[in-house]
Design a protein around this ligand. Structure first.
Ligand SMILES: C[S@@+](CC[C@H](N)C(=O)[O-])C[C@H]1O[C@@H](n2cnc3c(N)ncnc32)[C@H](O)[C@@H]1O
Length: 311
């Protein structure tokens, strides 16, 4: 692991992994808010999960600021992204509350709303139970996704987080069918008088369960990740063809960097912790090696996420 003098920002990236042509994954061990304008002056899409100020035990960052200070910092993040984001760009901000602090994501989103327009609110569903009658098919009820028991006499288990899509004017065209789902009943295609398509809009509930891991220290050495599919779907919804560069100011162990490698997108990411960036770089290299073994196609695979809120 490379050591750096905290007083002097490094001249180059912590890691640079070529993707072909001009594109690469660049990871910087720098304060994102300081470094963003210098390292990523014109992002097309920003997808990120910042610290939630919920005392998560990160390796280098203390996640327990006074609330007002934290919200001012998020406001600064929103202002910085707004100044840099391409005119038709999107900023996807993943935030989660807790049963005892459900306002936090909305308080933080409001701060970003000072600089950008809230265009879509997506719900990242981490686990869901579908009763047999409601599912309408199959033999049994389904209980899918991660479940972490909660000891409480007043709260129910939190099973979702938010993904707020911000844009400059709230009018960025979205490619809904790029993350669409097949019609369960084809007769609905005629009923809704839609142009013939096998797919319909997925809506604003995205079921993205965590991948199963055996050993946290080896398989997911970070306390608050999101699944690779989360940034991947955000980019697809924004429009892959319109995405020149993907940026994640708080890259952690690189879930968004892996998504960029999978999609062949130029990428810039930041984290304060060199250990996390080491893992991020390794994950990107593994993704590229796996894609190369399968003839250039990145195979869909279980996510390695743990959820920024509650792992
Ligand atoms: C919620 S985690 C992101 C996890 C990431 N989405 C993943 O899947 O691996 C937030 C990250 O922000 C980093 N961080 C906190 N303050 C930062 C700052 N000012 N600049 C860059 N990174 C920072 C923390 O070290 C932590 O890894």
């Amino acid at each position: 692991m490379r050591r750096r003098d905290p007083a002097r920002p490094p001249a180059g990236p912590f890691a640079r992994i070529p993707l072909g042509g001009e594109r690469s994954v660049r990871l910087y061990c720098e304060d994102a808010l300081e470094a963003l304008p210098r390292r990523a002056p014109h992002p097309s899409v920003v997808v990120t999960s910042p610290p939630y100020n919920r005392r998560v035990p990160y390796a280098s960052y203390r996640d327990d600021r006074p609330r007002a200070e934290y919200l001012a910092w998020i406001r600064r993040l929103g202002g910085t992204v707004a100044r840099l984001l391409e005119d038709d760009g999107s900023f996807f901000l993943n935030l989660g509350g807790s049963p005892s602090d459900p306002w936090l994501p909305w308080d933080a989103a409001r701060e970003v709303g000072a600089s950008l327009v809230l265009q879509n609110v997506l719900h990242w569903i981490k686990s869901i139970a579908i009763d047999r009658g409601a599912a309408g098919r199959g033999e049994r009820s389904l209980a899918l996704g991660h479940y972490k028991p909660l000891v409480s006499s007043r709260y129910v288990h939190g099973a979702h987080e938010y993904i707020f899509q911000f844009s400059h004017r709230g009018d960025v065209p979205v490619d809904r069918l790029a993350v669409g789902v097949p019609y369960q009943d084809r007769s609905n295609v005629r009923r809704w008088r839609r142009p013939a398509s096998e797919l319909r809009c997925r809506g604003n509930t995205w079921f993205l369960p965590y991948g199963t891991i055996r050993l946290r220290a080896r398989d997911r050495p970070h306390p608050a990740t999101f699944p690779v599919e989360l940034p991947e779907w955000c980019v697809r919804l924004h429009g892959l063809g319109r995405t020149r560069q993907l940026v994640d100011p708080f890259v952690g162990i690189g879930s968004s960097a892996v998504a960029a490698a999978r999609l062949g997108l130029d990428f810039v990411g930041f984290d304060l912790d060199a250990g996390y960036l080491e893992v991020a770089a390794e994950r990107v290299r593994s993704e590229l090696a796996a894609a190369s073994r399968s003839g250039g196609r990145s195979a869909p695979r279980p996510s390695t996420g743990a959820g920024a809120g509650s792992p």
